[in-house]
Design a protein around this ligand. Sequence first.
Ligand SMILES: [Zn+2]
Length: 477
Amino acid sequence: MTAPKAALLFLFLAGSGLTRIAVAQGPPSPARTTPGGGETGDLDPRLVKLVGSVSEERLSNILRKLQSFETRSSLSSTTSTTRGIGAAREWILQEMRSYSPKLQVSFDSYVVAKQGRITRDVEMRNVMALLPGRSPRRIYVSGHYDTVARPGGQGASNAGGPAPDPDARSAAPADPNAPLDNLAPGVNDDGSGTALTIELARIFSQSGIDFDATLVFMCHVGEEQGLVGARLHAQKAVAEKIPIEAVLNNDIVGNDKGGNGIIDGATIRVYSEGPEDSPSRELARFVQRWGGRYVPSHKVRPVARPDRFNRGGDHSAYNQLGFTAVGFRESRENFTRQHDVRDTFEGISLPYLAQNARVNAAAAATLALAPPPPSVTNERGQPQITRAPTGYDANLKWTAAPGATAYRVFWREAWGVDWQHELLVGNVTGLVLPNMQIDDYVFGVAAVDAAGHESFVTAYVSPPRASTEIKTAPPKH
Ligand SMILES: [Zn+2]
C-alpha cells in the first residue's frame, strides 16, 4: 500500500488540501510490475474466506434443479408446480429466502403487453434478493433465469442458417402460434449466471460481514425477449432514483469447452461499453484488478466492446439508462448448445463456473466494502484537471467520497488501456504531479477506506465538444 519509492523524491501535504509530489526526472517507474496489477498485500482475510466459500456442490444442485423445470421460457406455464417459469421463479424465491433472515427476497413484477417477441400479455417477475448495507447505494450481481430453445439453436444462427438469433435486436418476432413451453433447459444460458447469483446470495448473506453498500442478487426474466426484465428494473431505478452503482451481469459463464474443440477453463471475458474511460470500462478494470488478486488462478480478460457481435445481454439494458454495468461471458462458447435442447447439465464445468463465481464475489464484496468512487468533475460537468500552478504540472482535484480515508491516483500514457502507475495519497482532495503533461496521460482516482478496500476508478475525461457552426455571408463583389 506504499507509494512507489523509486518515483518519489519527497512528498508533503500542503495546507490547501493538495498533496504535492515531486517525481524524479523522466517518466515515473511502474508502480506495479506483476500482471493484472496483482500485489497480494492488501487482501481482506474476511473476503479471502468469502471467496473460498463458493461451493461447487451447491452450484451443481442449483443447476440440476433449474434443469428439472424443463423450460423457463418467460411465456411458459405459471400454474404448474414442477414445470415452467412459474415453478422456477417460486423455487428461486424460496431457495434464496432459506439462506438468511437478512436477505430480503421478493418478486420484482411487471405486466408486459404483447409486443415484439412477447406474443401475449404476460406477467414477468425478476427474482431479487437484497442484502441491506449501511448505505442505500447498490451493487448488483445478476443472471437471467429465463430460457429459450429454437430449432438449430445458436449454432445454426451463427452459420447463417434459417433460425433467427433470439438475442439479435433485429430478430423477427416469434410465431404467435408457436408453443412457447417447448423443452428449453438453459443450464448454461443462463442457468450458469443464475446459479452463480443464487450462490453469491448465500455466501454474502451468511458471511457475517457488515457491508457498506446494499447488495442485490438479481435473477432477471425476459432476457430472451429483449432484456425485458432488466430494462423494466432499470427504468424503475431511474424513476425511483435507486442509486445503482455497479452491475456485474453473468450470462453463459459455465462452459469451458468451445464448440471448436478449444478448451479454456482459466479465463473469463468481461465486456464493457465505452468510451475507453467510461465508468463501465473502469468497472471492468476493477474486476480485473481485484478478481485477479483474490482469484489469481483465474484470468480476467476485459474486452473493450459492449458485447459480442450480434449478441446482447442484460448489462446493456442498464448501460442504456446510464448505469455502470459489465457482462461476464465464458471464454470459449459452444454455440451448438445455446438456445437449444442440448443446453443441459452435461455442458457445464463446475470448477470453471465456481472460479467465475469467485471472481464475482471478490469484485462485488470489495466494491460493497469500499467507499463509492469519487467525483472528479465540477458542477458544470468539467473534469477538475489543470496545468497549475506552473502551467506545466498535472493538478488533479476531486470531491471527497464518504468513508474514504485515502485515495489512489492512477495514470497511464494516453495510448493504451491498462493503468501503468498508481500512487496512494492520504485523505486529501487533490494532487499535483510536477512536470507531468496532462495532455499526455490519462488520470483517474479511486477512493480507499482505512482497511484498504478500494472503489473503482473515476477517470478525468473531457466531455465531447459540440461542433460550432460557422456562418457564412453571401459573396460580396
Ligand atoms: Zn443468455
